[in-house]
Design a protein around this ligand. Structure first.
Ligand code: HEC
Length: 237
């Protein structure tokens, strides 16, 4: 080690520093028809970035893309909110300019007659609105990141509940209980776990409607977390 001059160490360290700085903070999907490989390992999520595939699409699918509303079949007002391509083609998005984007105007409209989702459905939450706003401000890209899913974390509060809130709750709550099923309380999720429909639906088993409806299948890691939680007795932990 001694025989290597200090200047070489300096060079090596600066090369490492420079290449780290150039590492992209997000992965872009250049083919707009690509549904997005949200299971891929790679780019770690940056908390300052809103990602279409991780953050925005699940809100749109479960808040707006249900059947009868903005899924590909119903396409109310010609608006389809189930993929990057359909959002960009039909929802009047002006990249960089949320206030000039039809989608953002609709979800923030003060008049309940015009607001989306319309009553009796609840308005999107403040957090959800901020996420969509940030995504448009940051250029409305088809980006995604690796959320660092860990199959060894399968506790209800830290793994299962957030997953269900993101991907399922918009279609399965008190105001919108699709299929007669609610997933907005522990007791409701536990009963779907106990009767087998929760796991059957997310693992796309025969005999169950594949969930999330209209969305990409959950990642293998997320499905494993749910399987382990159920095998552990589906506790409220
Ligand atoms: C876009 C709306 C929507 C989203 C998002 C959604 N669901 Fe559903 N879900 C439905 C509808 C509609 C039905 C009833 C119609 C059917 O069975 O096809 C249903 C039915 C179900 C059923 C009953 C399935 C069966 O065959 O017995 C379960 C369980 C379920 N959903 C769980 C989930 C879970 C878990 C998620 C999130 C990973 C989810 N859903 C996301 C709309 C949705």
């Amino acid at each position: 080690m001694r025989s290597i001059p200090g200047i070489i160490y300096l060079l090596i360290i600066s090369v490492i520093v420079i290449s780290c700085k150039h590492e992209p903070e997000e992965k872009l999907i250049t083919d707009p028809t690509d549904p997005g490989d949200t299971t891929s390992n790679g780019i770690t999520c940056n908390p300052d970035t809103a990602y279409f595939q991780n953050d925005v699409l699940p809100i749109l699918i479960s808040g707006c893309g249900m059947s009868g509303c903005h899924d590909a079949t119903s396409a109310q007002e010609g608006v389809v909110l189930t993929s990057y391509q359909s959002v960009m083609n039909t929802a009047g998005i002006s990249p960089g300019n949320p206030n000039g984007s039809e989608l953002y105007e609709k979800i923030t409209d003060d008049d309940p007659e015009d607001r989306m989702p319309p009553p009796p459905m609840a308005a999107l939450s403040t957090d959800q609105l901020l996420t969509i706003r940030k995504w448009i401000e940051q250029g409305a890209k088809n980006n995604y990141c690796d959320a660092g899913c860990d199959t060894n974390n399968y506790a209800y509060a830290s793994a299962i509940e957030p997953l269900i809130n993101t991907y399922c709750k918009g279609c399965h709550n008190a105001a919108q209980a699709s299929g007669g099923i609610r997933l907005d309380t522990y007791a409701a999720v536990k009963s779907a776990a106990d009767n087998g429909s929760l796991y059957g639906a997310i693992s796309h088993q025969q005999g169950y409607s594949p969930m999330p409806q209209g969305g990409n299948k959950l990642s293998e890691c997320n499905i494993t977390q749910v399987r382990k939680w159920i095998a552990n007795g589906a506790p409220d932990n």
